[in-house]
Design a protein around this ligand. Structure first.
Ligand code: NFA
Length: 103
């Protein structure tokens, strides 16, 4: 009698696929009033960016009207977008960060 051979590759039938949370982009929107240096300071404080990274993101938003700052799990993206928007609001600036799901 021939030996029984496995029907499926060991492990493949029972091991669940690892779940990763869908990522959400935080997007910085340009406006005509918030000072450039203030935007850079908010990006450094909330998103832990270096001066040069923050400056590059600020200038991209300034020139193209919007720039992706970073991607996070949804709750982290929303918390950071709200915190950054509120730092501007506290100074009377219309600075605005939004979020959207990554494709
Ligand atoms: N456009 C603003 C200015 O010229 C700077 C800015 C950049 C504001 C990016 C918001 C986002 N002072």
């Amino acid at each position: 009698q021939p030996p029984l051979r496995p029907l499926v590759k060991p492990g493949s039938a029972t091991r669940p696929k690892t779940q990763r949370p869908p990522l959400h982009k935080v997007i910085l929107l340009n406006d005509d009033y918030t000072p450039r240096e203030f935007v850079v300071g908010v990006l450094k404080a909330v998103f832990r960016m270096s001066e040069s990274q923050a400056y590059a993101v600020m200038m991209t938003a300034h020139r193209k009207d919007a720039c992706v700052v970073a991607v996070f799990a949804r709750d982290v993206a929303e918390t950071k977008a709200t915190a950054a928007t509120e730092l501007g609001r506290a100074e009377g600036y219309p600075l605005f960060f939004t979020t959207e799901p990554e494709e």
